[in-house]
Design a protein around this ligand. Structure first.
Ligand code: SDX
Length: 424
């Protein structure tokens, strides 16, 4: 992949040549691994300009607002595909034939049930435990049940683990919700689609039939699809780093869930709704815009800005269109939508946000849709985790499938010089 070099003159006067690697799309990268021999590290807190790996799964052009999964645009997939087909694409690299899709859907459907012992796991959680706390624990605990797929060197074992994770995440997520409201767990149903099954396990009860509205089922599937993968984001990088030690896939995904929970990342969708509730009315927006612009105020506009997108997040555009459709279809009037739309207009016309290229991201509208279909705010990031599991495990699989090294960044040490021990 290297067809030219970058020349670097070191403070010592030494001149070194660093290979410039060219991918199939997007910026070239400079391979700095040779710097160590010259006695230097690179320094890039937050990895703002660091490529940690090469990958064929997802491509993002932040300036153009482009998101491709295996070359297919997110707009195309949202329009023509569904979540499980996109899962197949992310894992296997190609869209499935009719037969392949049917086999894949059947495999996922037949893996949705959990070992019954896992249900008792939830007895240890208080009802008011945050569902993400329960998910971190429950998903990590899957590795206590599936020893038969722990040889990560086996592609077949990796595939079974992936199918199990994609299939069981909705069941675990619904159990977190049911536990938090003191209702009995609902077993998955093999006659329902992935999205409908999740909604059934969330809102169904043993006392009466529960039918999922097609509009809600479609909206749920689209939300799953839009959150499926996003290149080397913080939680995916966490899964890759955990996987580079040889940890099992369930433990790696549990680590990813922990990273996703933060309000700067996947926790933003929950934070957006809490922010809209705090703003309350359109009249209060200017006060919150001022807070967001105040460097001495830690408040940030949740759902705005992105490390990579310096344009509209293409997922936010699709999400906003879905928002209008779902609310109209369900006849839901959510005053927060009016506040969100006015907030977006005011922010986008304010130089502070324009200069910093802060646009709405995927989390800005997703919470309004999730609220409209009855999902409680505390479950928003859990749903993000359910959806992103295919992205996490596909990146893990991609890394493990080729020679890899344990991820172990270095540092710039700024601490004490060596000093002898003397009791104070
Ligand atoms: C996701 O990486 C991914 O791909 C993530 C994700 C995925 O699918 O995996 O897309 C999902 O995490 C989306 C992002 C969700 N988070 C939020 O909505 C939280 C609010 N956003 C910010 O926390 C922030 O924008 C980040 C964390 C998303 C990005 O932060 P960066 O890239 O580190 O940018 P920065 O903090 O250096 O900000 C640059 C400037 C700063 O001002 P100055 O110091 O230059 O004066 O922009 C300001 C920031 O203060 N800024 C904001 C802001 N975001 C950045 N000011 C007000 N409100 C904001 N939301």
């Amino acid at each position: 992949m290297a067809d030219q070099n970058a020349t670097l003159t070191l403070p010592t006067g030494e001149v070194i040549e660093l290979p410039v690697l060219r991918g199939s799309y997007g910026p070239d990268v400079i391979d700095v691994s040779g710097l160590l021999k010259a006695g230097f590290f690179t320094y890039d807190p937050g990895f703002m300009s660091t490529a940690a790996t090469d990958s064929t799964i997802t491509y993002i052009d932040g300036d153009e607002g482009v998101l491709l999964h295996r070359g297919y645009s997110i707009e195309d997939l949202a329009e023509n595909s569904n979540y499980l087909e996109t899962c197949y694409l992310l894992w296997y690299g190609e869209l499935p034939s009719k037969m392949q899709k049917q086999e894949f859907v059947t495999s996922i459907t037949r893996h949705t049930m959990l070992n019954e012992s896992l249900a008792h796991f939830f007895d240890g959680f208080h009802h008011n435990a945050h569902p993400m706390a329960m998910m971190c624990g429950a998903v990590g605990a899957l590795s206590a049940f599936y020893h038969d797929v722990m040889d990560i060197r086996s592609e077949h074992h990796r595939e079974i683990a992936a199918h199990r994770l994609v299939a069981k995440m909705p069941t675990l997520a619904a159990m977190c919700y049911k536990h938090s409201i003191g209702q009995p767990f609902m077993y998955p149903r093999n006659d329902l689609s992935y999205a409908a099954n999740f909604l059934y396990m969330m809102f169904g009860t043993p006392c009466e039939d529960y039918t999922v509205s097609p509009a809600v089922e479609e909206a749920m599937d689209r939300i799953f699809l839009l959150h499926a993968d996003h290149e080397q984001n913080a939680s995916t990088s966490t899964v890759r780093l955990a996987g580079s030690t040889g940890a099992n896939p369930f433990a790696c995904v549990s680590a990813g869930i922990g990273a996703l929970w933060g309000p700067a990342h996947g926790g933003a969708n929950e934070a957006v709704l809490r922010m809209l509730d705090e703003i309350g009315t359109v009249e209060n927006i200017p006060m919150f815009i001022d807070k967001a612009k105040n460097p001495d105020d830690p408040f940030k506009l949740m759902g705005f800005g992105h490390r990579v997108y310096k344009n509209f997040d293409p997922r936010a555009k699709v999400m906003k269109a879905s928002c209008d459709d779902v609310l109209a279809e369900l006849g839901v009037k959510d005053p927060r939508l009016a506040v969100a739309m006015e907030l977006e207009q005011i922010a986008l016309s304010d130089p502070y946000f324009a200069e910093r290229k802060l646009f709405p991201n995927v989390d800005f509208y997703s919470g309004i849709i999730l609220s409209a279909i009855g999902i409680p705010t505390s479950m928003f990031t859990v749903i993000f985790a359910v959806s992103r599991t295919i992205g996490w495990i596909s990146h893990w699989h991609e890394m493990i499938s080729s020679p890899y090294k344990i991820g172990r960044p270095r540092q710039l040490y700024t601490g004490e010089l060596p000093r002898p021990y003397r009791a104070k």
